[in-house]
Design a protein around this ligand. Structure first.
Ligand code: ATP
Ligand code: MG
Length: 216
């Protein structure tokens, strides 16, 4: 197999990876939203894109079902990134992982008193490490979406979630009180593919690297 398979999630990662793909000479034959196809050919024979859930990108690349992929730092921290080579921060899909609470909730005081905090989040591992580093007892409640709801209905004192404009927090009367991490998406490469398909992959990595540097 001399082809290359690239794992992307649809939406912002697909859209923001397009210019980098173009710089590497790859143009997808269709857009995932329109075609609903999960395997998308490109203008280059043997180079194809598979459309997977954002959180599944590391899995496809780890097992070698995709040679490379693009995944958020949030996703990579939760997955642990075993078996993945992460050569490049692509500086796309940028946002911040934040702690947010209900308007009027005295977060500083709650943290200072060393009270137990109930934290609802999709990012269990990252949240646990964040509060452990602060010496705060955090009971972590795993959610899969709509985290903003949790403090409003008494499920949690605070949430750990991704924030870009802050509009969703504001619409739900929440405020961000602490930054956990700066988030951007990274290129991930299967370690075996990097060796076995080196001649095919090296120029792609170089083109991505160039495109990122020229943008900065
Ligand atoms: P879904 O929305 O289908 O549940 P998801 O949240 O995992 O899936 P996206 O919302 O497309 O998928 O997010 C993909 C990646 O984009 C995230 O892992 C994160 O790195 C980044 N991201 C998420 N939200 C934002 C945001 N508001 N602004 C910028 N980047 C974001
Ligand atoms: Mg989302």
């Amino acid at each position: 197999m001399n082809g290359i398979t690239i794992a992307l999630s649809k939406g912002r990662i697909f859209d923001e990876t397009l210019p980098l793909l173009a710089a590497a000479g790859f143009v997808p034959a269709e857009t995932p939203e329109k075609s609903r196809k999960l395997i998308i050919d490109t203008n280059v024979s043997g180079v194809r894109i598979i459309i997977v859930r954002a959180t599944d990108v590391p899995t496809y690349v780890q097992y070698g079902a995709a040679d490379l992929g693009v995944a958020g730092k949030d996703v990579l921290l939760e997955s642990g990134g075993a078996g993945l080579y992460q050569p490049l921060d692509l500086d796309i899909a940028k946002c911040r992982m934040m702690v947010a609470v209900r308007e009027g909730f005295d977060y500083d005081n709650a943290v200072k008193q060393g009270a137990r905090l109930k934290i609802a989040t999709k990012y269990v591992k990252t949240a646990r490490e964040h509060f452990a580093a602060k010496g705060v007892h955090a009971d972590i409640i795993k959610l899969y979406g709509s985290m903003e709801l949790a403090p409003l209905v008494g499920l949690a004192d605070a949430i750990v979630d991704l924030v870009s404009s802050g509009a969703t927090l504001k619409a739900n009367k929440l405020v961000a009180v602490e930054q956990v991490l700066d988030i951007s998406s990274r290129l991930v490469v299967n370690q075996a593919a990097l060796k076995l398909k080196r001649e095919r992959l090296d120029p792609v990595l170089a083109a991505f690297r160039n495109a990122v540097e020229n943008k900065a």
